[in-house]
Every structure is written in C-alpha cells, then in structure tokens.
Design a protein around this ligand. Structure first.
Ligand code: PLP
Length: 477
C-alpha cells in the first residue's frame, strides 16, 4: 500500500478527454485539464454509511496529528467519499473494525497476506524470532535462508539483496541498472506503479517518446525527465522509444502483470518482444514482481511466462505482512553493488530477522505441493460466479485473474491498458464497492487496484461474496 493510489487517481482525473495513443505510439491529448469529470457525475455517498461511530472518532483524531489521517494516501478512501473503517483485528480471511463490523477481506494488506490474517505459523515464527532480538544490524542466519530460497525459486536470480520495501527495491535496482549500463534513461508503462521513487512519479497517458514531467509536487523536473512512460501492451511504442533514445536507455521496468490499474494481463508475446528489444539495445529488462512474485505462481510471473528478466524486484508476500523487499539478478550484475562494486545501497533494518522470519514462514506455506493451482482454482470459482452474476443482472463487467490476484472493471470492452480503466464506468465501480462494503465485503477503495485471494478464503467466503454481489448488482442493472 502506498502513495500511488492518489497518484493513480490524479492520473485518471487528468485523462478526461484524452484519446488512445496513435499507431506511431504518440498520444493525441485533448482537453486534458478536465479534472475529476468522471467522478463529478456521481455524488459520493455520505460518510456515515461507510464507517461506524468509533471509526469516525478515531479517524477524526488521527486527522489532527497525521496528514489526511493516514500513513499512505489511498487509506483515506477519498475516492469512495467517506471515512475509512479503523481496523481492530484480522483472522484468516476476515477483518473486524473498531465498531465490530466484519469484512471478508480482498485487500489483504495490499497483497502480502497470501495465507490470510494472523496465520498461526507466521505469528509463531515472528514470536520466536522476536524472543532472540529484534534487530542487530549484523549478519543473521535467516537472511541467508530467505535469499537462497528466492534464488532457487526465481529463474532470473543468482544473487539477491534484501531491503525493507518495494519502493526501496525498485529504486535500488534502477540505480544498479544505471551503474551497469552507464546510461541514464528508464522506460516504464503508463499505469504501472513502481513505488514512490522520485523519478518514477511521472504523468501517465502522454506520448511515448517525450521525456516526462513530474506528477508529484516536490519532484525536480530533472529527475522525472530521466523517465519515459509509454502505454502498456504496446510494443510499437516501446520500439519507438528505443529508436528515439538509442544508446541512452538503461532499463525497461515493468509489472509483468499490471496490478496497479486493476489487473491487466500482458498480451501474448508482449513480454518476450520486450525481452528481445532490451537485448538488442543493450538495456536491462527489469520485472517489478513486488506484487506478482509468489502471487501469480511460485517463483513469480517469470516462471509462468517463460521470459527471464535481467533484474527482478520483490516485496509484499516475501515479508508475509512485515516490511521486506528484495532485488536480484545474475551474479555478473549484482557484483556491481557495494561492498564488492561501486554502486552503493544500504539499510539499517535490511534483512531484519523478525521480518525475514515472517517471510520464510509465509513462503513455507506457499511451497506446499499444489498450493498455487489449488488457490487459483478456488479463486476462479469466485471470479466465474461474479461474471455470471453481472451477466444475470445486465451489468457490463470485465473480470481478470492471475494466480491469486484478480481484478474487475465496469466496461463492456476488453481491458488492455490504463486508458481502458480511465474510460470505464467509475460511478458504477463506486456503487459496487460501497454496496459490497455494506454487505461485509472489503474491496480496494480505488478502481486502479488489484484484488487478492488468500489460502484462508474458502467455500464460505465465496458463498458470502457471491450472495453480496448478487444483491448489489441487482440494484445496478
Ligand atoms: C508493483 C509494485 N512495485 C512497487 C511497489 C512499492 O512497494 P512498497 O509500497 O512496499 O514501497 C508496489 C506497491 O504497491 C507495487 O505494487
């Protein structure tokens, strides 16, 4: 969970009146200054419908001492127009707020909780580790075990450096890419989020080969100008960017399955074509698997798609709910890092023993034979049920799934990139999300987020969610 959710919101607001990029990869942008047009069409629901009195009181108190009352912007629920429930506890697939309201949780801390809330094995591992000491800032046995496990699981990894967040992982991996190639520019895709790294907070939805402007106050334009943003799933735009900036691209960073604009799968052959393009131009291909790693499959989406990136970033599940990130690749690349090489990167709490223990326990659960196929099959039942319900009630709804991740967008057209989500029916998304919340189903408070599934979810949760969706969709047809 992160700053990007409001960032995404700003991207979507800017898109009013924007057209899809042309075949040459240039965006034709018209009337892009229309702010919030799609949302103005529907009034936000009154705040009291979204949270109970205790939540509201606690949130109001937090607002006095924390900017916006939250430590990461999307938690403020600005898009839903109400005050968020304040969560008291979680167990398995369920969370309870301070007013005693129960929710079947499909956010799962924005992805890390693959085994559900407070899984007994994870809690026990954390307790055991904590009894031995919280942090040493020195070598510990667990970090070597986690690194070895990651290197065995991911085709691209011979060595890995542990950090404390996904943002740290992408920031450090890009520094390494620049150190190795001696080049400055990085290509990303519109709507892909890679953490709140200064240079990656750039406007989306504009032309492929133009150097970008910052999308957040406080980011020097010179930093953002090192990033090019192009449409996802558009290989022509990628070719154009490489051609225009020949010899200057250090890396192409991408979420192999995009989980920060709903859930969008790569078009067949797209990732392989990017691989070939990067190799041809001497740039590094960087898969940001902070979300997809150990969510789409054991070893990440790279195992499923058969495309091997040069560098991979991880986070979320590998910390099991505690702060862990990682980046890694071939030994020949990783040797450029200090203390062996001259690319500096460090962290007081990197490889923290308690966080690593939570990650190892979570991955031990995910490593059981058949774990991913079993969970994916269960989630498919939920996704198919939602698709049937939408059809029954005449609501245009696109659903997607990748392993234990899923997403939904209110549109009758296939969803292939950010513009598809921006042009979807956001008023319907809000009605659905608010309706589901009041039925005890907790979905992300932004249409630009993926949803998640855990091994603690089962038939009971599927039944609860489908019954809720049936009632909510019935009022939306
Ligand atoms: C694909 C991706 N990369 C990087 C990040 C940043 O991770 P963190 O919030 O741990 O800094 C996120 C966070 O949601 C993400 O989804």
């Amino acid at each position: 969970m992160s700053i990007r959710r409001d960032f995404s919101d700003r991207k979507s607001q800017r898109a009013g009146g924007c057209e899809r990029p042309g075949a040459d990869g240039h965006a034709r942008v018209a009337a892009c200054q229309v702010i919030g047009r799609a949302d103005d069409a529907c009034m936000p629901p009154p705040a009291h419908r979204l949270s109970g009195p205790r939540s509201r009181a606690l949130f109001a108190a937090a607002c006095r001492v924390i900017p916006g009352g939250v430590n990461s912007p999307v938690r403020a629920w600005k898009r839903l127009g109400g005050h968020p429930p304040v969560i008291a506890s979680g167990s398995g697939a369920w969370m309870v707020d301070v007013d005693g309201r129960r929710y079947c949780d499909y956010v799962l801390s924005w992805g890390p909780l693959l085994l559900g809330h407070a899984h007994p094995a994870v809690v026990a591992a954390v307790e055991r580790a904590a009894q031995h000491g919280l942090s040493f800032g020195a070598c510990t046995p667990g970090e070597g075990r986690l690194a070895a496990l990651l290197c065995r699981a991911l085709p691209s990894m011979q060595q890995v450096r542990l950090v404390s967040s996904g943002t740290e992982a992408t920031m450090s991996a890009l520094r390494l890419a620049r150190a190795v190639t001696g080049r400055e520019l990085v290509i990303k895709c519109d709507g892909c989020y890679h953490g709140h790294v200064d240079a990656l907070l750039v406007a989306a939805g504009s032309g492929c080969a133009t150097l970008q402007q910052p999308d957040s106050a406080g980011v020097p334009p010179a930093f953002a100008a090192t990033t090019l943003s192009i449409p996802y799933n558009d290989i022509t735009a990628a070719e154009t960017a490489f051609r225009r900036h020949r010899g200057r691209i250090a890396a192409f960073i991408i979420e192999p399955v995009a989980g920060n604009m709903g859930l969008i799968l790569p078009a067949p052959g797209y990732l392989a074509a990017l691989r070939a393009l990067c190799t041809r131009h001497g740039a590094l291909l960087l898969f940001d698997e902070v979300m997809t790693g150990f969510r789409t499959a054991w070893g990440g989406y790279q195992r499923l798609c058969g495309v091997t990136p040069d560098l991979t970033c991880l986070g979320k599940v590998i910390g099991g709910g505690m702060p862990v990130g990682a980046y890694g690749g071939a030994r020949t690349l990783m040797r450029h890092l200090a203390p062996q090489g001259d690319c500096y990167q460090a962290g007081t709490l990197s490889g923290n023993p308690v966080a690593v223990a939570a990650g190892l326990a979570t991955l031990a659960g995910a490593r059981r034979p058949g774990f991913f196929p079993r969970q994916a099959a269960r989630l498919t039942r939920l996704v198919s049920g939602l698709r049937d319900a939408a059809r029954r009630h005449g609501v245009a709804l696109q659903l997607s799934q990748a392993g234990t991740m899923w997403g939904f967008t209110f549109t009758d057209r296939p969803v292939t990139d950010l513009i598809c989500v921006q042009q979807s029916d956001l008023a319907r998304w809000r009605r659905f999300t608010v309706g589901m919340l009041s039925e005890g189903v907790y979905l992300a408070p932004s249409p630009y987020e993926a949803a998640f599934w855990s091994s603690a979810h089962g038939e009971g949760e599927i039944r609860h969610t489908l019954a809720a969706a049936d009632r909510v969709l019935a009022g939306m047809g």
